[in-house]
Write a protein that binds this ligand. Structure first.
Ligand code: PLP
Length: 392
């Protein structure tokens, strides 16, 4: 096959990266190796680590894991990618790899809840201090940077609340002080946003969401620049991170169609967001692709698209009314996670979580994931749900 693959576009990357059919009898997809033990041919090779190939023990990786990691590396414009068992372990491994006792970490107040809990409830026990910052902070982040600040951890848009943040401005300040920057890039799937192109050191993803895309496997990816790759790879190994071959296969398979899926999630999501905006039950829609959203200008500047996850705020219903709406939806399931082909809807309450900022909205915040169903059916399902809300 042709070897000129430089600067290829994302849809071509998703289709071809990490595949070498003619190294495997022309078979299109990389083979799935189930391997823990890998044998050394002679005592001499066994005794000489320099003579080992990159495949020498299952936990260290196999051609199956390397192929998928290579594909993510190309998608995220990274130097190398470390795989972990789920998105949360990608977050924890990334942070652990660049902190030590005495380190100070700045984390966005709008971060995914368990990432926050890892810092506040777990890593704090080992002498790492976390401070949460207002996602709207921009270059003012410099006022929070201390001599001991090792990491700034960003996520945009925010979990549950969907605020954008000025990632390039934050990275610029971080670089002045040699602070490592990590972005949770799950919402954009590594497709609609490229943190490393903006100078971030790492882009982590819950590949569980859009890369896997089918709600059937968990996986984490840490796409690293050259400065951080070795440290992260070492940390992942020493923490005992490993990924199962069948899950890697599902992730690699999901990735091939991610561009097409994301574009459809985007189109359906924007249609539903606009419809929600027109409804009397809805006070506010939290979607950065809507021109009136406070994060719209940043989103338009830095991102090339929007995925299917966003929020809206309803007039506060009674518990009974909300149950009457939620318990009888045809297509919207109630479940944690998102990024699969199917639509989801859950009530959430960001208020008690925040510490650096107040989430002071009156009403019921909802998180919605718009899947690949026909959008008219989804709107009809929501419309019937709003009717039930009124009836109760
Ligand atoms: C933004 C974000 N990051 C990380 C995670 C964690 O991913 P996982 O569930 O695969 O551990 C999630 C899960 O919902 C998430 O929404």
């Amino acid at each position: 096959m042709a070897s000129n693959t430089k600067n290829r576009h994302d849809d071509t990357v998703l289709t071809h990266a990490g595949r070498k059919p003619f190294e495997n009898k022309g078979i299109v997809n990389p083979p799935v190796y189930h391997a823990s033990t890998i044998l050394f041919p002679t005592l001499e090779v066994y005794n000489n680590p320099a003579a080992h190939t990159d495949v020498f023990y299952g936990r260290r990786g196999t051609p199956t894991t390397f192929a998928f990691a290579d594909a993510v590396t190309e998608l995220e414009r990274a130097h190398g990618t470390v795989l972990t068992s789920c998105g949360l372990s990608a977050v924890t491994t990334a942070v652990l790899s660049v902190t030590e006792a005495g380190s100070h970490v700045l984390m966005t107040d709008s971060v995914y809840g368990p990432s926050r809990n890892f810092m506040s409830k777990f890593l704090s026990r080992f002498g790492v201090e976390v401070e949460y910052y207002d996602p709207a902070i921009g270059s003012e982040i410099s006022s929070l940077i201390r001599n001991t600040t090792k990491v700034i951890f960003m996520e945009a848009p925010g979990s549950w609340t969907f605020e954008m943040q000025d990632i390039p401005a934050i990275i610029k300040e971080a670089k002045k002080h040699n602070v490592i920057t990590i972005v949770d890039n799950t919402w954009a799937g590594g497709y609609f946003f490229k943190p490393l192109e903006h100078g971030a050191d790492m882009s982590v993803q819950a590949a569980t969401k859009y890369i896997v895309g089918h709600s059937d496997a968990l996986m984490g990816t840490i796409a690293c620049n050259e400065a951080t790759y070795k440290r992260v790879d070492e940390a992942a190994y020493l923490l005992g991170n490993s990924v199962g071959p069948d899950d890697v296969y599902l992730a690699a398979r999901g990735m091939r169609s991610m561009g097409t899926r994301l574009r459809q999630h985007q189109e359906n999501g924007i249609k539903v967001a606009k419809w929600l905006k027109s409804r009397p039950e809805v006070k506010q829609v939290l979607h950065p692709a809507l021109p009136e959203d406070p994060g719209h200008e940043i989103w338009k500047r830095d991102f090339t698209g929007a995925s299917g996850l966003f929020g809206f705020i309803m007039e506060q219903p009674s518990t009974e009314a909300l149950a009457n709406m939620m318990d009888h939806m045809n297509y919207f399931g109630m479940g944690f996670s998102w990024g699969g082909f199917e639509s989801l809807l859950i009530p959430v309450d960001p208020r008690p979580i925040r510490t650096a900022t107040n989430w002071e909205v009156e009403g019921q915040t909802m998180r919605i994931h718009i899947g690949l169903e026909d959008v008219d059916d989804l709107i009809a399902d929501l419309e019937a749900g709003f009717e039930r809300l009124k009836q109760a």
